[in-house]
Ligand binder design. Structure first.
Ligand code: AMP
Length: 421
């Protein structure tokens, strides 16, 4: 089935063609028609499957249809998502696919002043995409009214629960009109999520994408064994070998992120970092630089990168394996091979991370391909590093200086002796 075969407005189809979306992805195929029929949906799907457009396309279509008939004020659709990045990204998908429609979308999130958001709300919004914290703040201050909402969407519900929003989400119903359609998306499922989902949806269409092997088929992933202290040399080599590529590097902590950046600085490789200590404005700049290709190597921690959709990431490097949760591995490598594109992920695994590697393999239900590095190659990579070359050069210079100093000293002593004679 092609998008051209759907009963959706040409205004949307035109944009889909511009984005080069020809056919729906699996989740889009399974979700778009039921959503258009007005059914509730409970979908287990990760980012990278095309799940955003799976709800954006039918929601835009339904709101536009209503707008064709009559003028209706007020928010018609609320999308809740766990992070500011994800909120911005979802709003962008609404804006891009809905460019030719009359549907107005606004992203609302915390960490920035609320006044500009309130001003935009006052101008009239059809689709509100929001993080739960800021949204409930604005509801409590009566800046947001949800009485006219027809569609409620929860994206990455599992992640919102991780952030402690269970009660808030459960309570959202209080603010909505009795009759509305709910679309519930989660990357993982457990008892708690099921309970929450069932308190919100009624008689839903269930969709589960690739439950057995959660890794997208478009991602080729492998692991290579590198000692912790040597990892930077291998990253340097990798970046130098892949001169044109867009590379997303995952590390465990913000301190590690900054350390890796400094290590790359030392060998004159420009990288940027994104983690919890980077202020909002700077995060957006960093993300934008990476998106536009101004910077091609982004070093990220998990929290800051979850859900982020950056097109055309050629490689994901797991510089560190994830700390605790094996599913993080799947989220990380899902940053490449988006939509129908192919992607490559490579993990640097040290001796101390082998236990985690086994847990990940258990989670993805298969062995991860091992890229063997021969002893000679390992040695060559270590010693071809500019840092090593620099330190060898500076070591040589130091030896020469010491030698010169010694000679000079010896020369002076000799001269003194000769004088005495
Ligand atoms: P998502 O899972 O929503 O984060 O989407 C992942 C990526 O897939 C995004 O970069 C989308 O632009 C892309 N995408 C979504 N739907 C399609 C489609 N039907 N054809 C090609 N690419 C798509």
């Amino acid at each position: 089935m092609k998008f051209d075969d759907y009963h959706i407005t040409e205004r949307i189809k035109e944009q889909l063609r511009k984005l080069d979306y020809k056919r729906p992805t699996d989740i889009q195929y399974k979700a778009i028609s039921p959503i258009l029929r007005g059914e509730d949906v409970l979908a287990i799907a990760q980012t990278g499957t095309g799940k955003t457009a799976a709800f954006v396309i039918p929601i835009l279509e339904m709101i536009q249809r209503r707008k064709n008939k009559q003028r209706i004020d007020g928010i018609k659709c609320v999308v809740m998502a766990p992070t500011r990045e994800l909120v911005v990204q979802i709003a962008e998908v609404f804006d891009t696919i809905g460019k030719k429609t009359q549907v107005k979308t606004l992203a609302v999130y915390g960490g920035v002043e609320q006044d500009p958001q309130i001003k935009k709300l006052e101008k009239g919004v059809d689709v509100l995409v929001a993080t739960p914290g800021r949204m409930f703040d604005l509801i409590n201050q009566l800046h947001i009214q949800l009485r006219r909402v027809d569609y409620l969407i929860l994206d990455e519900a599992d992640h919102m629960l991780d952030l402690g929003f269970y009660k808030d989400i459960e309570d959202i119903k209080k603010y909505l009109p009795g009759k509305h359609q709910t679309l519930f998306f989660s990357a993982t499922i457990n008892k708690k999520i099921k309970k929450l989902a069932h308190s919100l949806v009624s008689n839903p269409i269930r969709i589960q994408i690739s439950p057995k092997d959660p890794v997208s088929k478009n991602v080729e992933h492998s692991v290579t064994f590198i000692e912790m202290n040597d990892k930077r040399f291998f990253l340097e080599q990798f970046i130098k070998d892949e001169k044109e590529a867009k590379i997303l590097v995952f590390v465990r902590t913000k301190v590690r992120a900054e350390r890796v950046r400094s290590a790359m600085d030392r060998v004159e490789i420009h990288t940027e970092t994104i983690h919890g200590d980077i202020v909002q404005q700077h995060r957006e700049k960093v993300l934008n630089n990476f998106k536009t290709g101004k910077n091609r190597v982004l070093i990220a921690t998990d929290v800051s990168a979850r859900g982020i959709d950056i097109p055309d990431v050629d490689f994901v490097i797991n510089y560190d394996l994830p700390d605790e949760h094996p599913e993080t591995y799947v989220h990380r490598i899902g940053r490449t091979g988006r939509g129908k594109k192919k992607g490559i992920a490579l993990s640097f695994c040290s001796e101390s991370e082998k236990e985690m590697l086994s847990k990940i393999e258990e989670f993805v239900t298969k062995k991860i391909k091992v890229l063997d590095i021969s002893k000679d190659d390992y040695h060559d990579i270590m010693f071809s590093s500019s840092e090593q070359a620099d330190s060898i050069a500076s070591m040589m210079q130091e030896i020469e200086e010491v030698e010169a100093f010694r000679k000079k000293k010896a020369g002076k002593k000799k001269a003194k002796k000769n004088k005495k004679k």
